[in-house]
Design a protein around this ligand. Structure first.
Ligand code: SF4
Length: 180
């Protein structure tokens, strides 16, 4: 004989099961969220809560620690980074290498090369916190897997980091500050 608690639990399961179909019907005839951008359900909202990845993707939170990115100063078009090397020194696993360019550009130091090795990175965020110029921050990029370490995809050079910065922070404002 099922106890009231079991019956109550079953009722919740069946209700949630049916609600996912009702949520799907609301989108009919489109199966996926517009442009593949799945909006998180707000507290109290009911409906489909299965993300049809990879056709649909959740938007990451501004504080999400995805791949590193380098920000560009929109006024000068130069990297905000001054190649001071503080981020490299603060990294506990040594995944950042910075080389300063011999010549200043527009009166400021700039990096000649900047390399972030994703493979041993533990995403602690100490590099981002330690940067005194706000040049480095985490992007929402999370699809970073590759088929092998030897293909170089896990090594991010300056051009790649700046491209991520232009994509996610075109005004040079980190995502955490964009939400304010
Ligand atoms: S990212 Fe920031 S801490 Fe790292 S070298 Fe550039 S300016 Fe210095």
């Amino acid at each position: 004989m099922p106890t009231p608690g079991i019956l109550k639990g079953l009722a919740v399961t069946i209700r949630r099961f049916l609600e996912t179909y009702i949520g799907d019907l609301k989108r009919f005839p489109h199966r996926y969220a517009p442009e593949g951008r799945y909006r998180r359900l707000r507290p109290g909202e009911r409906g489909a809560f299965t993300v049809q990845y990879p056709e649909e993707r959740l938007e990451m939170f501004p504080r999400f620690r995805g791949a590193l990115m380098q920000l560009t100063d929109p006024q000068t078009g130069l990297p905000k980074c001054t190649a001071c090397g503080i981020c490299a020194r603060s990294c506990p696993v040594g995944v950042i290498e910075v080389v300063r360019a011999p010549e200043k550009r527009e009166g400021k130091f700039v990096p000649e090369s900047y390399t972030w090795n994703l493979a041993p990175c533990i995403f602690c965020g100490l590099c981002v916190e330690s940067c005194p110029f706000g040049a480095l921050c985490h992007s929402p990029e999370f699809e970073l897997s590759t088929y092998g370490r030897g293909d170089g995809q896990l090594i991010f050079d300056l051009a790649r980091l700046l491209a991520l910065g232009r994509k996610y922070a075109p005004d040079g404002v980190p995502p955490v500050e964009q939400e304010k």
